[in-house]
Ligand binder design. Structure first.
Ligand SMILES: Cc1cc2nc3c(=O)[nH]c(=O)nc-3n(C[C@H](O)[C@H](O)[C@H](O)COP(=O)(O)OP(=O)(O)OC[C@H]3O[C@@H](n4cnc5c(N)ncnc54)[C@H](O)[C@@H]3O)c2cc1C
Length: 451
């Protein structure tokens, strides 16, 4: 059984490792770096920059904890080297794992030439692989509207790690997850930031209570929010970037950053030759086993148009590996349930969610119990000198089963794991209440919210 994977991001590398462990002969074709865009541009560099920004913000607050005379000086060269070192280390550790599983790694561009044939174009020429199963996991790239001409001051998220000089005034276009993370990143590093928000709240799809905490933080650190405005043009006037909005408002900055979504890398994959359906948006539709309309060809990650998260991409890769060897028919196999995916936004405070959202429960007319505990009541939050935010748990009033939750506050991305396990395993609020947690710890707020 030969399994050929095109695209070595989180979906591709997880599928390759897992399938190889299950005894399959695996070929992984990657044109850039092992670990994918997630490692090179997206998850890892953005969080490394945010960590530097977080260290700078932390220094601003240590006076209240009795530490005086601390001033942070940002060295962008060090930041750049650090990001390169982290990315390099993750790439080589993933490569080592793949090598140890005897995965054949091919550096090149992969393309289907028929339902069972994949051609890899490498520096050494073309090679055709005949495959029993194929997985497409080529990810996505930033969306650049036709009215934008990129240059050294009009940037996508991929041009920002880190810039040669810190933007004096960055205009961020797009207030979804990526946009707000970049607002947080650059404002904590010291840039002045304006955020263009097309709706009336940042993070338009989030719980308004959650978005309100973030807006409060942005305003407190001097971020300008331009609400109800859609950018329609970006012009350069010397070193100034001029962003024009549909309501006539104009913002001038030193740089503009686009964070308005992504488009899937499906154009040059040979989908037509193999009979694989591609939808109007360029995504490849899949069923609950991640199979495309051609049953032995799978698609995963951003290309599949499901949740654009690295964690989801990896889990799809794992499930595909199991399906390739027929493991999905085993009793222990759990199907993917995208509704149970945890996600986080790495702002300050952090925001994390899992499972059912309150607004969706109301929209469906579903009876739920909602309990909320502010971190202001947490001993550890007070000790940490940051008591912003809250824990909210949604449960079934009849059975006590945990259906979902949101956490806003320090380390929310870590704390949500407790609720993610509860949602995945069908645990009850009482299971959390009766866990003997650490004291003093932020997780105690979870037990209180579960009470
Ligand atoms: C700024 C930013 C920050 C993000 N932060 C997070 C985060 O903190 N947490 C999170 O869970 N998600 C995050 N995401 C989303 C996450 O990066 C993606 O969901 C994830 O990378 C998708 O993984 P993937 O396997 O689909 O592909 P990718 O990581 O996009 O990798 C695809 C790979 O395929 C390769 N490829 C493409 N075409 C070919 C071809 N024809 N032949 C060979 N190789 C090919 C590419 O070179 C690439 O290496 C972030 C996204 C952005 C934009």
């Amino acid at each position: 059984m030969r399994f050929v994977i095109v695209g070595g991001g989180p979906a591709g590398t997880e599928a390759a490792t897992h399938a190889a462990r299950l005894g399959v002969e695996v070929v992984l074709i990657e044109r850039d770096i092992i670990g994918g865009a997630a490692n090179l541009w997206d998850c890892i560099p953005s969080k490394a920059m945010i960590a530097t920004g977080g260290a700078m913000s932390y220094l601003n607050g240590v006076g209240a904890m009795g530490v005086g005379d601390v001033s942070g000086h940002l060295d962008l060269d060090v930041v750049r080297r650090r990001i390169g070192a982290i990315t390099g280390r993750l790439e080589s550790s993933t490569e080592r794992i793949l090598e140890s599983q005897q995965v054949e790694m091919v550096r090149g561009t992969g393309r289907l030439t028929g339902p069972h044939t994949v051609v890899a174009t490498t520096d050494a020429g073309e090679r055709t692989y005949v495959a029993d199963a194929v997985m497409l996991s080529t990810g996505s790239r930033p969306r650049i509207p036709e009215w934008v001409a990129l240059d050294d001051r009009v940037l996508t998220t991929r041009d920002a790690y880190p810039p040669e000089v810190l933007p004096e005034h960055l205009v961020v276009i797009g207030s979804g997850v990526t946009g707000v993370e970049f607002v947080h990143m650059f404002s904590s590093l010291g840039s002045r930031v304006t955020l263009i928000v097309s709706r009336e709240q940042v993070l338009p799809r989030k719980d308004p209570e959650v978005a309100a905490v973030l807006e409060e933080d942005f305003l407190a650190r001097g971020v300008r929010l331009l609400k109800g405005a859609r950018a329609i043009a970006i012009e350069r006037e010397g070193d100034t970037v001029v962003v024009r909005c549909d309501d006539g408002r104009v913002v001038e900055g030193s740089h503009a950053l686009l964070a308005i979504g992504s488009i899937p890398n499906s154009e040059e994959l040979g989908c037509d030759e193999a009979g694989v359906e591609v939808d109007k948006g360029g995504y490849i539709p899949i069923n609950h086993h991640c199979q495309t309309n051609v049953e032995h060809i799978y698609a995963a990650g951003d290309l599949s148009g499901k949740l654009p998260l690295s964690s989801v991409a990896s889990m799809q890769g794992r499930k595909i590996a199991e399906h390739v060897v027929g493991g999905h028919s085993l009793v222990a196999h759990r199907h993917l349930n995208y509704d149970k995916a945890a996600s986080a936004i790495f702002t300050d405070p952090e925001i994390a969610d899992v499972g059912l959202a309150e607004a969706d429960a109301f929209a469906e007319g579903r009876k739920i119990r909602v309990t909320k505990v502010p971190f202001a009541a947490s001993a550890k939050a007070l000790i940490n000198n940051d008591s912003r935010g809250f824990v909210k748990i949604l449960s079934d009033p009849a059975t006590g089963v945990v259906l979902g939750g949101s956490i806003v506050g320090q380390h929310a991305a870590e704390l949500i794991s407790v609720l993610a396990v509860a949602v995945t395993a069908g645990l009850k609020v009482n299971d959390i209440v009766e866990s003997m947690l650490v004291h003093p710890a932020l997780s105690e707020a979870l037990a209180e919210a579960a009470e």
